[in-house]
Every structure is written in structure tokens, then in C-alpha cells.
Design a protein around this ligand. Sequence first.
Ligand code: NAD
Length: 476
Amino acid sequence: MELNVVGMMKELRGTYASGKTKSYEWRVSQLRALLKIADHHEKEITEALRSDLNKPELESFVYEIAAMKSSLQFALKQLKKWMKPEKVKTSLTTFPSSGEIVSEPLGVTLVISAWNYPFLLSLDPVIGAITAGNAVVLKPSEIAPATSALLSKLLGEYMDTSAVKVVEGSVPETTALLEQKWDKIFYTGNGRVGRIVLAAAAKHLTPVLLELGGKSPVVIDKNINLKVAARRIIAGKWGFNNGQACVAPDYLITTKDCASQLVDALKSELEAFYGKDPLKSDDLSRIVNSNHFNRLTNLLDDNKVSGKIVHGGQRDEANLKIAPTILLEVPGDSLVMNEEIFGPLLPILTVNKIEDSINVINVREKPLSAYLFTNDKRLKEEFIRNVSAGGLVVNDTTLHLAEHSLPFGGVGESGMGAYHGKFSFDAFSHKKAVLQRSFAGDIPARYPPYTPGKLKFLKALLNGDLIGLIRALIGW
Ligand code: NAD
């Protein structure tokens, strides 16, 4: 079916102008419809994710379906509170007056999502757009075609399609969408396309939220529970879509004297999780397609890392599988250290002192996440103060994602803006300042003709000089 973008925009503008999407009831009805999709179609969603990524059922359920339901349930519980105007204190300058911040929807919004968590990353931003009272178009990733088709079908069946639409497609369709004037664009994906989105939005002065990626580091100190640390690193890397996650650990940093113990701990837990032949494990997603498979094998075949593989390295091109692979002491100019890995390879860098890891991180672009395993209070404080990243986790990986009370988003090259919980509502709202006064308390000093007495009075008032104010009032 040919895409009639102009007609679609006209319909969405009409729906938004009718005011329907602004009502609490409409927002709740749409959130409930999304909940029904998750409840009634769990099997189809899991199958689509299996088809796109061979994603294990447990990961599909926990990180895509349950995570999306949790966002919905939280939003349904909080929505009334979020929609309430927030009363603020006003000052002497505007006395007598009352002030409030009114959250209003932005209008007609666009969500462009990525392939790695194609269900969650499509619907989580849509939840934000709906809670804030917007009309929304979702453009899922063509690289996860089964999930894209399923989203189009289910949203078409369950949602109010005069205000919530799915447009499937790749670059031509996205380009056509980006030519339109939107009131907000929410993009998840890589920074190269992020720049295309931002440039297209600039033409219409459209605000943009960019959820990008980067090289998320993990620092591992000595004197810690290495077994638990290894398990949590593995869960965040290979147990998270086989490393194809924006917050997956990208590289590890430890001290020279701890490296071999760390490698041993990772190897032994990896074997316990995925067996002796991980290519046969059903608990690892496959690489999404042959382009990404070739990209990852090029990183491994780089001369600069030959002889650096200390675990794994096996590949199965026919089934697009690469085993969990650890590389030790890779040079800084190797390919694997110069792009986001986004796959099952994990390099380990070593430093003389653990404090040096902060410099190693800070000479690179700001990552989406950074992780630290330590028992040292001073190191924790130094890490939190000096490492700039979208988010930090101490003594675990990736779990900050699951907290509704924490914003999720990048900084610098890893993105701009944040969402999750109330931050999603705010991301799709305009915070309208409303100041209300009555006709009482009209101060003549505001108005011409300006006299020395009026100036004296206003100076005292605006400087908060009470005695000066009394003097000015009694003309002294
Ligand atoms: P992708 O290839 O699915 O692209 C994302 C979207 O951009 C798709 O919908 C695609 O159709 C669209 N697109 C691609 N080329 C385009 C073009 N020329 N013009 C307009 N639109 C275009 O996903 P990806 O970029 O491979 O995703 C991986 C990247 O996303 C990684 O860097 C990862 O870290 C990041 N990511 C970030 C988050 C986050 O929440 N911060 C989540 C997932 C992925």
C-alpha cells in the first residue's frame, strides 16, 4: 500500500485539533489497549522476536513484554498526578498572584525505533507520547521485519487509528516522514542517522529526543566478589540479546594484576551458562543479519587483535551465530576499540592503577552507560563525580533501565533527552507557565510617567529592601 504521508498528517492534525487525545479518558483507553496487546498476544510477540533475532523466550518476556507492561502499569497509576497542574510559589515581584506549570501535549509526534529491542523500543516511547496526550506515528525498524509487521497489525486492531498509526518501511519511508512538520521526534538508533533526523527536524524547528549508543565501559576493581561480578557482566552482555543492546558492556577495564583472575571467572561462568559449545545454546540471540555478522567478524579478523582472543571466537555464518568472545589487552587503535561493538565481543583493557580507568573512559566520547564493580567508597565517589555518561550503575550492569524513577538517556554522542516513567511524560509535554492575577493590587509605580519616587520604590521592592520600601511608601 502506497504511503500517503500528506493525507495521514492531515488526518492526525484533525484528530489532534479536535482535542480528543487530550482527555484523561482517551489516554487511559489507549494505554489499556496497549496492555491488552501485551496480554493477549504474548505468544505472537515472542515468535516475532524469535524470527527476527532468535531471541530466547525468557529474554523476550522479561526485557520486552514485561518491561513494556511495567511502563504501562506505572503510567496508568501515575497519569492523573502527572496531568495535574503543578502549583508554584510566586514572588513579591508579581504579588498578588498565583503560579502553576501546566503540562500540555506537543501535538503530532513521530517515534522512529531500532531493531534490537524492536517491541519495547517501539512501544515505550509511544506510551510516553500517549500519556502526554499526543497523536503519534510509530516507524518500527525494517531490520526486525516480523516485529514491525506484528506491531502494524496489532496497533491497527487495538488502537484509535485516527490518532495512533504505524508506518512500516526503511530509508525512503523514513525520509518521507522526516520531511513533514512534527511537534516532536523521538529517535532510537545510531548517531549517523541521529544526525540526519536532527538536520531534518531543524528545518521545522521540531524538538528531538535522540536515544543513541556508544562504548559503555565496565571498571573492575580488586577485592570484590568476582563470581557475582562476572555473572552480572555476562547477564548485561551476552544475556542481553547477545551484546546487541545499547547499554551492554562494550569493554572492561581492570588492573594488570587482576586481569587473569577476571578472565578465569568470566570463562567459568560463561561455560556454566552456555555450555562447552555456546554456538549450540538456545539461550543466546543470533546476530541480527549478515551485514552485522560481517561487521563483527571484521572486528575479530583485524590484524591488530590477532592473538588477543582468550576465550571464544567460534562463528557459524550459516546460522549467524558468534560465540561469547573475550579479547585481552587489545591496542587502542584496533577496530574493536574504535566503534560501538554491539555484539558478543568483549575486549579487556588493563591499567596500572584502577583510578587510571577514569582517564581511559574520559578520553573517549561520553557513553550511554558506565559500570563500576568495587567495594572502595572513595573510588565510587570519584567515579560518580568524574565519569560523564547517560547513566551509571555500581556493582551491576544495565539495571538502571528498570527503574521508573530514573531518567534513561544519553549525553553528548550517546544522545540528548531522556525518558522512562515521568520523564517519558515530560519528554512529550510542553511545560506551560501560567501566572494568574486579579484586578486588585495594581501598583502605579509600574506605569509612566516615571518619577524619582517611583524609581526609589521599585528599587527597594526589587532589591528586597524592606526599610527602603517603607521609606519610599511614606515618601521619606
Ligand atoms: P536501525 O538500523 O534499526 O535504525 C534505526 C532507525 O533508523 C530505523 O527505524 C531505520 O529505518 C531508521 N533509518 C536508518 N537509516 C535511515 C536514514 N538514512 N534516514 C532516516 N532513517 C533511517 O538501528 P541501528 O541504528 O542499527 O541501532 C543500533 C544503534 O542504536 C546502536 O548504536 C545502539 O546503541 C543504539 N540504540 C540505542 C538505544 C537507546 O535507548 N539509547 C536503544 C537501542 C539501540
